[in-house]
Design a protein around this ligand. Structure first.
Ligand code: FES
Length: 113
């Protein structure tokens, strides 16, 4: 579930969450295909996905259009800005990948939902 209220995770918090700080494993479902890549824990998921060669949907890159919306199927993230998703969508697990920083060492997102 996305955590939009808490401050950025400290190194100590990331260690508590078991994050190895060097890499996060991401599985991303996009256009019916599953992709796997690793990213730095300080990156936003969308940027890491694009760097990994995925044609991940995006537009504003600022947290207000929801073009980059995906459903978080596994793991936890922190969204820096959310001016697009309703509380209900967040409760259902939707995140803005352009604003989402991983808090766990494994993240599974589904852009197709
Ligand atoms: S690209 Fe607009 S909210 Fe992420």
């Amino acid at each position: 579930m996305a955590d939009t209220q808490s401050p950025p995770p400290t190194e100590e918090q990331q260690k508590i969450d078991g994050l190895p700080l060097s890499a996060v494993q991401v599985i991303a479902r996009l256009y019916g295909e599953e992709h796997s890549f690793t990213m730095k824990p300080s990156e936003h998921i969308l940027y890491a996905a694009i760097e990994a060669g995925l044609d991940a949907p995006h537009s504003c890159l600022s947290g207000y259009c929801a073009t980059c919306r995906a459903k978080l199927m596994e793991g936890r993230v922190r969204m820096e800005i959310n001016d697009a998703l309703t509380e209900e969508e967040v409760a259902q697990g939707y995140i803005l990948t352009c604003q989402a920083i991983p808090l766990t060492e494994r993240i599974v997102v589904d852009y197709d939902q």
